[in-house]
Ligand binder design. Sequence first.
Ligand code: AMP
Ligand code: GLY
Length: 433
Amino acid sequence: MKLNVVVIGSGGREDALCWKLAQSPLLNKLFALPGNPGTMRFAENIDLNITDFNEITNFCIKNKIDLVVVGPEVPLVNGLADHLLNLRIKVFGPTKSAAEIEGSKVFAKYLMKKYDIPTASYETFNWNQGNEVIQYLQTVSYPTVIKVDGLAAGKGVTICNDYDSACKLIDQVFLGKLFGEAGNKIVIEEFLTGEEVSIFVLTDGEKYILLNPAQDYKKVYDGDRGKNTGGMGSYSFSSILDENKINEIKKSIVEPTLIGLKSEGRKYSGCLYCGLIETEDSFKVIEFNCRFGDPETQVVLQTLESDLLQIMYEIAFGELKSFDIVNRGAAICLVLASDGYPDAFEKGFEIFDLDEVEKFPNVRIFHAGTTIHGNKLITNGGRVLSITAYSMDKNYSELIEIVYKAADKVHFKNKYFRTDIGIRGISKFKFNQ
Ligand code: AMP
Ligand code: GLY
């Protein structure tokens, strides 16, 4: 059996997915729709509009595609998987109703409450309940967390430090339509403190496996200061969580979530991303995503030795069978961004000396916001490149040194990166082989 596979998307996550899938002995031909200059190393890039589902299905039929792997959340929440399945095209990624676990925070909270999945306590409100919200905000303790219901490109969560800023935000969301329709409903929830961890659950809806835990750095500045971004770096290795903690997460979060989704008629298939926080009492869910995380994928897949395509194929064809997956080593990812991100930034600058980076052993580059003009590679986004380092035997602090040395070699105007990626991992966790 040899498979023709499509990866949908154009970020660092999709470049890492293509890199991993390209190693599979099951692969015949790999396409990236639309991909980026990085995915061209592993796949044929097809420049089509991924918001047009007919364009995608026509391509799949014409090219005898056996499996479609969907990277980003927007097409899943808009029903791409349903569209493909209706035409009998296999897909790794949940249907529209299951993807609502990311597409609607109100639904995610409802599910967690109903199935006793630990999460922050909360209330939900509709846009026409402005007065009730203002009254409620007088009763909560601060900081408090306000989340818009719908997709907001990672910007829909605000931590409000006092009553006045919370009221101001409510005005902006309900009256000013700051997040458009995504802000028609909101969740106001308890502020939790603790260490965050990202868990990828690969599941057919009943059976599941967990990949290595990862941590990402969401804030733009060193010391976790400044605005939230898509992620400025990440690391992954198995001993971030010991076996007891993994078992707790499986029993109290993963299993009831899968059972809950199935019971609600929304059986989940694909990668369920659990964003968790370890509070003093227990692990609690901060968010669910209906896809792999970025930049966690860039590190988690490097510590996965098993064949990802085999696992995805089994899931897309209805039954996960590969349970004995092998995870090993440690990986770190440093995001090189355009200065100004996540606000306005300039792009269109030439990127120099990538080949120098590739000379470092066990260093890999994944592309995100890059494009090719003529024969030049230029910046084309907020997050430009993911520089990663992987180690089977070196210690974790050396990995940090290597990734920073490698990242130093690459040059483009307005290059920005955090200087403390990975350090939290060294201080908090023991890295054992
Ligand atoms: P999200 O977009 O849901 O990933 O949220 C972005 C970030 O906001 C999370 O990674 C957390 O750091 C923070 N956050 C979200 N919900 C809470 C909460 N209830 N308590 C504390 N921090 C939170
Ligand atoms: N790294 C967080 C996310 O992908 O949502």
